[in-house]
Design a protein around this ligand. Structure first.
Ligand SMILES: O=C(O)C(=O)CO
Length: 362
């Protein structure tokens, strides 16, 4: 290896922030682009002397899964075996494609400089963590909350359905104003008042909607008009529209299931911009079929890019193909945030956005 600089692997889409990447790592690290067509090639590349040898940090985007799959046990073990990879900077708020418990279990380490004598720019990193993982909170809040807002409005007012009627040349026929409601005055229930949920709360307060929320803990950032409900059941009972903003973890799979849906009022709406598996999709479809739910607004699905065709049978549903952060401004922010985490790790030994599960182990 001729270079004495640490090497950073760009794994998946880096589209908007090339100049920022250059500035971040100039004189600090060499960037290597992951060009493996499949997982086998990637794993070989990580081995000593391979094309990804001596990588210390990885910028990861979900698009890399198309070629090498998610960062599951097999990939995390291979990264740990390199002995050099110490930071995965995920581009995205949701990091459910990374086996973070495996990262945390990779044992103690104290590194000074994996490539040789300590340099003035890479001071090292001391932690009880095996491989650190950061995400990009904050950078996604506005775009994802705006997507949820669109789904809330369109479900209540039947706008997406109305557009379908126009495009089919039937101008409003089949639509029934008796199925639509004003947004103003409805109650929005927010499940998970993190950055995205809170941004949505502020947006809908403009109408105003009444805003209630449930989180594991009462949020210190919640404004006084944003009312805490101390159980999920209570939240479901209060909400005309329930909007989901919790990460996908083992304990949040099917968090909203048959019981929660049936606790909601007849004719209510569910909006999901978080992750598809947080809802029991079968229970949700049953509730659409018997009219307990009037519609759902979805940006996420359990097995993307597959979409359950039964969801398409309801013209009142508003269905987007995971558009949460699909705009250049947010994507640039996300890329910069992920790269900055890597830069800070290299320079200071610690990136800002270490994920909560690993932060608690520090
Ligand atoms: O940031 C994420 O996790 C997303 O899903 C973007 O929509």
């Amino acid at each position: 290896m001729s270079s004495r600089q640490p090497r950073i692997l760009i794994c998946g889409n880096l589209v908007w922030a090339h100049e920022e990447a250059r500035q971040c790592f100039d004189g600090l690290a060499d960037l290597v682009v992951m060009d493996s067509p499949n997982r086998a090639d990637f794993l070989v590349g990580l081995k000593s002397g391979g094309k990804y040898d001596q990588i210390v940090g990885i910028y990861r985007h979900n698009t890399s899964a198309d070629r090498i799959g998610v960062f599951d046990e097999e990939i995390i073990d291979a990264l740990a075996e390199t002995g050099t990879v110490k930071w995965i900077a995920h581009n995205g708020a949701g990091y459910d494609q990374i086996d973070v418990s495996r990262c945390a279990n990779k044992g103690d380490f104290h590194i000074l400089h994996p490539l040789g004598p300590p340099s003035t720019t890479f001071h090292g990193f001391t932690s009880n963590l095996g491989i650190s993982v950061s995400n990009t909170p904050g950078a996604v809040d506005d775009a994802t909350a705006t997507t949820a807002l669109y789904l809330v409005i369109s479900c209540l007012r039947n706008y997406a359905w109305a557009e379908q009627s126009l495009r089919q040349g039937t101008f409003k026929s089949g639509l029934d104003p008796g199925r639509a409601h004003d947004v103003t005055g409805r109650t929005l229930g927010i499940l998970g008042l993190g950055g995205i949920g809170l941004r949505l709360a502020h947006l809908v307060h403009a109408f105003p909607m009444r805003v209630v929320y449930y989180s594991r803990n009462k949020s210190a950032s919640a404004p006084e008009w944003c009312e805490y409900i101390d159980s999920l059941e209570g939240l479901c009972r209060e909400s005309d529209v329930l909007s989901l903003h919790v990460p996908l973890r083992n304990e949040t799979v099917h968090l909203v299931g048959e019981k929660e849906i049936r606790t909601m009022k007849k004719g209510s709406i569910i909006v999901n911009t978080a992750r598809g598996k947080v809802i029991d999709e079968e229970a949700m479809i049953r509730a659409l079929e018997d009219g307990h739910l009037s519609s759902v607004g979805l940006d996420v699905y359990p097995n993307e890019p597959l979409v359950n065709p039964r969801l398409l049978e309801f013209p009142q549903n508003v269905l987007l193909p995971h558009m949460g952060t699909e705009n250049q401004d947010s994507q640039r922010h996300m890329e910069v945030r992920a790269l900055t985490n890597l830069r800070d790790f290299l320079r200071d030994g610690q990136g800002n956005d270490l994920i909560p599960e690993l932060r608690s182990k520090l």
